[in-house]
Each structure stands twice: as C-alpha cells, then as structure tokens.
Design a protein around this ligand. Sequence first.
Ligand code: ZN
Length: 161
Amino acid sequence: MIRIGHGYDVHRLVEGRKLILGGVEIEHETGLLGHSDADVLLHAISDSLLGAAALGDIGKLFPDNDQKYKDADSLVLLRKVGATLAAAGYRIANIDATVIAQAPKLSPHIRLMRTNIARVLGIDVSQVSVKATTEEGLGFSGEKLGIAAHSVCLIETVNSK
Ligand code: ZN
C-alpha cells in the first residue's frame, strides 16, 4: 500500500539568527526564528512524512515548550521522524520539497541539502528532491519577512513476510 503526505511550514526571518536550510548553514544577513534551529525545509519534510503515516506532526512529537528542543538540530529531529515511520512499518518511496525564499540564492546548496536529508533518513539521494523558487517579490516571502517550504512524499508499507 502506498500513502501520500503533505507538509507546510513558515518561519520568520530576523537579524541575529543563523540561516539553516536542509541542514546547511547559509551565509545571509538574516536567519530563521524558531525554538529549534528553525529549519523550515526539514520541518515541512518531517510533517509530510508524519502526515503520510497519520502519525501527527512535529509539533506533537517535539513540543516547542520543551526545553529539550531549544535550538535543536532539525536533522536530528528528521532522523527521529524516519525512525518513527520505520517502527510503524513504513519505508519512504520519495520526497519532493520546495523552498520559497526571495533571497539568498539557494541553488548552490541544493545538492548538500538533498545529501543531508537522504543520509538521516537512510535513503538514496535520488529519492529526495529539493527545489527553490521565489514569489516574485510578492507577499511575506517576497518582502523577505520569512521563508516557507512545502513538501509532499510517498511512503509504502513494508511487507513483513
Ligand atoms: Zn518549523
């Protein structure tokens, strides 16, 4: 059986924070605000995976009022999401994600993001697609107030025999 999942996340851009996307620290004048490292891409991917398995969302798994997750590395959280799915009898077929950011230019970092995501999920980089786009200066992403990310994925049940 195959199942589809969708995830969406937004974080605000502020001065004095690191910009981390897909586990890659990117040089930029602003960074994403959040309780964890605010890796909006990994959060959207995590939510799509949990959604596909109907296992809730990362807010439920890793509550933002829990000090344990302050400045948490979202790659570590994503690894836990992958382990949660595996324990529930699922494997990941593929992930396709889009980051919506006016700046900085993300294309030089996409390959490393895909590699990071594939590594913590124990899948091949060919199963992970990351794309980046802008909203042509429109809305909160266009005005560089925040960055959004969407993710869809397919997971399949692992045959026990
Ligand atoms: Zn988030």
